[in-house]
Design a protein around this ligand. Structure first.
Ligand SMILES: Nc1ncnc2c1ncn2[C@@H]1O[C@H](COP(=O)(O)OP(=O)(O)O)[C@@H](O)[C@H]1O
Ligand SMILES: [Mg+2]
Length: 239
C-alpha cells in the first residue's frame, strides 16, 4: 500500500486574532513521502506559524491540513498531540534542548511520548540508548559521547546535531526544521544540511525545511517561496 503524503494542505487560510488580513493563504501544498522541500520566506512572512499549524500546536485555521494521512481539523487535541509525537520530528530554531541533560538523554527524549517511535528505535539498534548513540555518531558527534558532559557545554554546531538526532530518533515519517542553521557559518551550515538530508533519506523521512536564506535551496529536491505559495488576499487568485 502506498504511504499517504507526509503533508497535504488544501485551501489553508490563517489569520491572527485581531489582524486585518490573513497571514497565510495557501491553496495547495503537498510533500510526498521521503521528499525534501525548502520553503523560503522573509522574516515575519509566516514560516514558523505554518510549521506550528502543521505540527498541530497552532489552531484556528480554515481549510485542511493532513499530516501522514490524518486531517488535523478532525482530531481532538489529544489525538493531535499523539499524531505529532508519532510522526513528526521537529528541529526548532533555538533547538529547545534541556541544557543540564547529556546529549544522549536529550536525543532519547525524542521518543518520550511515542511508544511507536520507541519501538522503532529499539528495533533498529536494540535499545533506545543504542539508537541515540548511533544517530549521534552518524551526525558526527561521537566525541560528545566519550565523556559524560552536559548539552550546555557543547558548541552551537554540536547542539544543532543533538537537536537533529532528537528529531530523527524512532524514524518519524516527517521532519520539520525551522531555520536551525541561522547561528552557523556557511561551512558548518552546508555540512549540517547534507548530514540531515542523508539521515532523512536513509530513514525514509520527508523533510520540510524553512529559512529566510535562499542560498540553502540547492540542497533540497524541491524549493518554493512562501509568497509564491500564498495568495496575497483572502479569496484572491494565486499570484
Ligand atoms: N502569537 C502571535 N499573535 C499575533 N501575531 C503573531 C503571533 N506570533 C507571530 N505573529 C505574527 O505573525 C507574523 C509571522 O510570524 P512568524 O510565523 O514567526 O514569521 P517567520 O517565522 O517567517 O519569521 C509576524 O508578523 C508576527 O508578528
Ligand atoms: Mg520563524
Amino acid at each position: 500500500m502506498r504511504s499517504p503524503a507526509a503533508i497535504d494542505i488544501e485551501q489553508l487560510s490563517f489569520t491572527w486574532p485581531g489582524a486585518a488580513r490573513p497571514l497565510l493563504n495557501i491553496p495547495a501544498l503537498s510533500l510526498p513521502p521521503g521528499a525534501s522541500l525548502f520553503l523560503q520566506g522573509a522574516s515575519g512572512s509566516g514560516k514558523s506559524t505554518l510549521l506550528n499549524l502543521i505540527a498541530g500546536v497552532q489552531h484556528g485555521y480554515r481549510g485542511s491540513i493532513r499530516v501522514c494521512g490524518a486531517a488535523l481539523e478532525q482530531l481532538s487535541p489529544r489525538q493531535r498531540d499523539q499524531l505529532r509525537a508519532d510522526n513528526i520530528g521537529v528541529i526548532f530554531q533555538q533547538f529547545n534542548l534541556l541544557p543540564w541533560l547529556s546529549p544522549l538523554e536529550n536525543v532519547t527524549l525524542g521518543c518520550r511520548f511515542s511508544a511507536q517511535r520507541r519501538h522503532n528505535a529499539q528495533q533498529r539498534s536494540g535499545s533506545l540508548e543504542a539508537e541515540a548513540a548511533r544517530l549521534l555518531h552518524a551526525l558526527g558527534l561521537g566525541d560528545a559521547l566519550d565523556q559524560p558532559r552536559t548539552t550546555a557545554s557543547l558548541s552551537i554546531g554540536q547542539q544543532q546535531r543533538v537537536a537533529a538526532a532528537r528529531a530523527l530518533i524512532g524514524t518519524p515519517p516527517l521532519v520539520i526544521a525551522d531555520e536551525p542553521t541561522s547561528a552557523l557559518d556557511a561551512d558548518h551550515r552546508d555540512r549540517f544540511i547534507d548530514l540531515l538530508l542523508s539521515e532523512c533519506a536513509a530513514s525514509g523521512a520527508a523533510v520540510l525545511f524553512v529559512s529566510h536564506d535562499r542560498s540553502l535551496a540547492d540542497h533540497f529536491d524541491n524549493r518554493i517561496g512562501l509568497t509564491e505559495l500564498s495568495r496575497a488576499t483572502a479569496g484572491g487568485d494565486a499570484c
